[in-house]
Design a protein around this ligand. Structure first.
Ligand code: AP5
Ligand code: MG
Ligand code: ZN
Length: 220
């Protein structure tokens, strides 16, 4: 089963992804995480993506889809993928739908994390992430703080702030979401993708429980 984890910046996609990926045994594919990896490694793709990401704009559709298409053909993706942060434009949704139907896969289930904008900016500016890629644990200074300030509970790694999580860029990302990404949800509904609407304002565990319960109906 393919699952599209949908929602604005800060909705909790990355926070919930591990649990869904474990429950359904499908790999978590975050296009943002892939770009950040390339940025850190200094690859050509990272160099290309950097400006867009720093400004809070979207990387061009063809670049994103090439990367996703490569990922879709890897062995561990044959039974399904958990998409996080993709598709983000109607064009990306069309490209994905074409690929899935050509390859005999259904539309995928959409998990829509609904969170009002007023909550999103403080979530983004307070986010911290473990520096170790093998760990990658996520925290929030207020809502989900580590035991020791600036140190990962799981591995002792340093906690870092994403460069695009400053207030100015976060506000721009929300503008981009409103104009370019929110219409994707309507497009998916129009194209008969099943959508599970989730109240993303609840506590992290409660949101996870709601998603798990809701997805049971689709995987049964
Ligand atoms: P990406 O990395 O995808 O960022 P995003 O969509 O802006 O989403 P975030 O990662 O900010 O939010 P999230 O929903 O994962 O929140 P999280 O769970 O961490 O993309 C970054 C950039 O890459 C884009 O701007 C673009 O340039 C490029 N890009 C990526 N994909 C692309 C694509 N398909 N096309 C074009 N360009 C692309 O939670 C946030 C914080 O809130 C955390 O601190 C967490 O602890 C806290 N929190 C989470 N849930 C709760 C809760 N229930 N209660 C309280 N706090 C909570
Ligand atoms: Mg994320
Ligand atoms: Zn860690």
């Amino acid at each position: 089963m393919d699952v599209i984890l949908f929602g604005p910046p800060g909705a909790g996609k990355g926070t919930q992804a591990g649990r869904i990926s474990d429950a359904l045994s499908i790999p978590h594919v975050s296009t943002g995480d892939i770009f950040r990896y390339h940025l850190k490694q200094g690859t050509d793709l990272g160099t290309l993506a950097r400006g867009y990401m720093d400004r809070g704009e979207l990387v061009p559709d063809e670049v994103v889809f090439k990367l996703v298409a490569d990922r879709l053909t890897q062995d561990d993706a044959l039974g399904g993928i958990l998409f996080d942060g993709f598709p983000r434009t109607v064009r990306q949704a069309e490209l994905l739908a074409d690929w899935l139907s050509t390859n005999g896969r259904g539309t995928g289930v959409v998990v829509n994390l609904d969170v009002p904008e007023s909550i999103l900016v403080p979530r983004l500016t307070g986010r911290r992430t473990c520096e170790n890629k093998s760990c990658g644990a996520g925290y929030h200074l207020v809502f989900s703080p580590p035991v020791a300030h600036g140190v990962c509970d799981r591995c002792g790694g340093k906690l870092l702030q994403r460069k695009d999580d400053n207030e100015e860029t976060a506000l721009n990302r929300l503008d981009v979401y409103r104009s370019q990404t929110a219409p994707v949800l309507a497009w998916l509904r129009q194209h008969d993708a099943p959508v599970l609407d989730i109240d993303g304002t609840k506590a992290i565990d409660a949101v996870g429980n709601d998603i798990e319960e809701g997805l049971k109906a689709f995987s049964a």
